[in-house]
Design a protein around this ligand. Structure first.
Ligand SMILES: *Cc1c(COP(=O)(O)O)cnc(C)c1O
Length: 366
């Protein structure tokens, strides 16, 4: 089995060995220090100076998105959501859930944010922007500099879901004036699913401490901030994934650090796009994250390709949902895959498509 999916991804051998090594009871200084060390190193990878403003939750990425809306927003706020796919839509739903006043800048699956599209939202009293840096449903990468400048001009908090972009694309939290960054274990960090990490700017920590009144009992950030001073969490965390994280951070360092890691993902991504194009596959031309490549099909069912790759060859790529289910599939470049794996995938994709086309021909003749 090989995973070319966005998360869980193909994991590294040492990550899989962690469970066998065993871990400690967590209410200890030893564990607290491992956590603090890990969160400090995550901070550095995010380009974030304030090492003491990172917490982690035992929840998948959506749990963190939910908790961020619940803890960072009140009914006095007015938010704007970049809604250009299923993950943007999720922020819209969460803001609806908590009854936070907001509007959406709605975009088609293949549309990105531009100066023109932002224009009508300038000086309208919005105080927070929500964006999924890589809208994973189609792999488009929003122009974060444009959004960052928009937020500065309009004196807005900037809340970024970087879940599928982290460790695949450049990211500089402080330079971009980002107030909240959400990441998750099973994407670019290549760990088991179940842990998400949130980094905060000082000014949003101040806002949370002054105003927040979350509905959630379990995810109350004020408790998390207090506990994190000792590397602890209010409740039993995903201890195993913290050990995986510690191992992964070492692996990233041994591989040459963040830049070398990003370069490796980028080179797999570029190789895939070049070979796929040579083979006649259609790649949408909006700006894309290095995390994944969407492939667009006109005369053949993309969902059938996904199924056949899985059932016949044990190769997993991401299907798409909704109206794109038959048109688009996504191939991820994060995880422990090699150029040889990519060659194999492409070879099997070409075979699969030939098979499906032949089947159709037989069907047509009947
Ligand atoms: C994967 C992902 C999430 C989180 O999804 P979960 O299934 O809850 O882990 C959120 N946002 C983006 C952009 C993602 O790619």
């Amino acid at each position: 089995m090989k995973l070319f999916t966005c998360g869980p991804v193909q994991m590294y051998p040492s990550t899989k060995e962690i469970a066998q090594k065993g871990y400690t009871y967590f209410r200890t200084d030893t564990y607290g220090n491992i956590v603090k060390n890990c969160m400090g190193r995550i901070s550095e990878l995010l380009g974030h100076k304030n090492n003491n403003s990172v917490i982690y939750l035992t929840a998948s990425g959506t749990g963190a998105m939910d908790a961020v809306v619940d803890n960072c927003m009140t009914k006095k706020d007015k938010a704007l959501v970049i809604n250009g796919g299923s993950f943007g839509h999720r922020f819209d739903e969460l803001l609806n859930w908590y009854e936070i006043p907001h509007d959406c800048l709605n975009l088609d699956w293949n549309e990105v944010v531009t100066v023109d599209k932002l224009e009508q939202y300038e000086n309208k009293g919005y105080n927070t922007l929500f964006v999924n840096l890589d809208e994973t449903s189609s792999g488009k990468l929003y122009d974060i500099k444009l959004l960052s400048n928009f937020c500065r001009r309009n004196n807005m908090y900037l809340i970024v879901d970087a879940i599928s972009s982290f460790m695949a694309d450049e990211y500089d939290m402080d330079k971009l004036g980002i107030d909240v960054t959400i990441i998750s274990s099973q994407k670019g960090l290549c760990l088991s699913p179940g842990l998400s990490i949130i980094a905060f700017s000082q000014r949003i920590i101040d806002k949370i401490n002054a105003e927040s009144n979350p509905k959630s009992y379990y995810f109350n950030f004020k408790d998390y901030f207090k506990n994190m001073e000792r590397g602890q969490t209010p409740f039993t965390p995903a201890v195993s994934i913290i050990y995986e994280l510690q191992d992964m951070l070492n692996l990233i360092e041994q591989s040459g650090g963040k830049d070398a890691w990003l370069k490796n993902v980028q080179s797999k991504c570029e190789y895939f796009r070049k070979r796929a194009t040579e083979l006649g596959f259609k790649i949408p031309n909006y700006p894309k994250s290095n995390t994944l490549t969407p492939l667009y099909f006109e005369d053949i069912d993309a969902g059938e390709i996904v199924k056949e790759l899985r059932d016949k060859y044990d190769l997993f790529v991401n299907p798409c949902g909704g109206t794109l289910a038959n048109k688009l599939l996504r191939v991820a470049h994060i995880g422990n895959t090699t150029i040889a794996d990519i060659d194999e995938l492409l070879e099997k994709m070409v075979l699969t498509i030939e098979n499906l086309k032949n089947k159709e021909l037989v069907y047509d003749r009947k």
